[in-house]
Design a protein around this ligand. Structure first.
Ligand SMILES: Cc1ncc(COP(=O)(O)O)c(C=O)c1O
Length: 403
């Protein structure tokens, strides 16, 4: 019997698949490699071993780039957040407000100083819910604000709420190096800004972190904390001796300043950050445009006041029950989504209910968003053809699984 070529069993042609890795980063720039080789030849890798020092130069350069009075380069973004909390005097049992949706190092940094995360709801724009923040403002004197996945809250309103309640804001800018709200850089709204230089962030030293502040006393406390012994003046943006005198002998030595090798690798990357931001955003906009019409998925609106760095993209599925089939089908065709509604923590992805070291808290609005929330990395090793192919695969599987 002849087969009806238009019937339901008609072949659809080979399905396109994506073959590039979502975790492949670009190489370190040649200038960084050359500087790192030079450091290794010198043998002077210690955080205070070299003179002139790449670490001190990096601190000066990042302070100038962000317009901050002080910068401290440290071992990781997690160390940066811990140092910021300790500098503000947060200790065992103290409540610290933070986003109900972020990555585990954020509540982890709070828990690591023995403090108690108080989780604040997030909105369907994936930022901290300012209504819930205002409602909980009386519960703590510090907010660890995570600009999770690069989404910035209305920072003017947020600062009004925090200033009125005398809350010190630490900004977790792990995903917003190079981003801004209303033209003011993320990390420059609160008392202290913390950045990560870990491989999957906007600059890559494997591990690493940067801290900025305008407050000389906080800077001195963090420099002393990070293992400066009596040679704290060698920090690239050190406050005066008079400021250190107020804190010497009071901060425990918890070594964690960045070493020469990582600073050498980072300096050329930071100089190139504006160009990289443009490259990320070109890819992000291609993905955003391509995914906007996909069945059953909502892309996140970006307000005009937000200058973002599109190093990842998020969408929310209308029907969370159908997400597992959709994610598996995309994965079969090489497209990786991380799902924040998964019952188990997987890879780097976890939700507040997985953080057993944080007291369980009721966050119904956050849970409703997380149930359908999908996240994709956008490495710079992808080009615009890759983005178009990803959109075709996702659109195709969304029609099949979410329609
Ligand atoms: C939102 C967020 N904050 C902070 C960090 C901590 O950075 P690091 O890995 O450098 O400790 C990360 C790391 O993944 C992160 O995703």
């Amino acid at each position: 019997m002849p087969i009806d070529p238009g019937g339901p069993l008609a072949p659809t042609g080979p399905m396109e698949t994506f073959t590039k890795s979502f975790t492949r980063q670009e190489p370190i720039p040649e200038a960084g490699i050359a500087a790192a080789v030079e450091v290794m030849r010198s043998g002077k890798l210690h955080r205070y071993g070299a003179d002139p020092s790449h670490v001190a130069a990096l601190e000066e350069e990042f302070a100038a780039q962000t317009g901050a009075a002080h910068c401290l380069a440290v071992a990781s973004g997690g160390y940066a957040m811990g140092a910021a909390l300790r500098a503000l005097g947060v200790g065992p049992g103290d409540p610290v407000l933070t986003n109900g949706w972020t990555l585990a190092p954020v509540p982890g940094a709070i828990a690591a100083v023995g403090a108690r995360p108080v989780l604040v709801e997030v909105t369907d724009r994936l930022v901290i819910d300012l209504g819930d923040l205002a409602a909980k403002a009386g519960q703590a004197r510090v907010l660890m604000l995570s600009h999770m996945r690069g989404h910035l809250a209305d920072m003017e309103r947020l600062m009004e709420i925090c200033d009125a309640a005398d809350i010190a804001v630490i900004e977790d800018c792990a995903h917003t190096m190079g981003a801004a709200w209303a033209g003011r850089a993320s990390g420059r709204w609160g008392k202290i800004g913390c950045y990560s230089c870990q491989t999957y962030k906007h600059v890559n030293s494997g591990e690493g972190g940067l801290i900025v502040t305008d407050d000389a006393d906080l800077a001195a406390r963090m420099i002393l904390l990070s293992g400066s012994y009596m040679i704290y003046a060698r920090n690239g943006t050190a406050p005066s001796e008079e400021v250190f005198a107020r804190h010497k002998g009071m901060m425990p030595n918890v070594s964690g300043r960045m070493d020469e090798l990582r600073a050498a690798i980072l300096r050329p990357q930071l100089a190139d950050l504006p160009r990289q931001v443009e490259r990320w955003n070109t890819r992000y906009r291609a993905l955003e445009d391509g995914l906007r019409s996909a069945t059953g998925l909502r892309v996140i609106d970006r307000p005009n006041a937000e200058t973002y760095v599109g190093s990842s993209i998020q969408v929310v599925a209308n029907d969370p029950d159908r997400v597992p089939g959709f994610v598996a089908a995309c994965a079969d065709r090489g497209v990786e989504w991380k799902w924040f509604g998964a019952p188990q923590a997987i890879g780097f992805t976890s939700a507040h209910r997985h953080w057993g070291y944080v007291a369980a808290q009721d966050l119904p609005r956050t849970d409703a968003v997380l149930a359908g929330l999908l996240d994709m990395r956008v490495p710079l090793t992808f080009d615009l053809n890759d983005c178009a192919l990803i959109c075709r695969v996702v659109t195709d599987e969304a029609a099949r699984h979410l329609g």
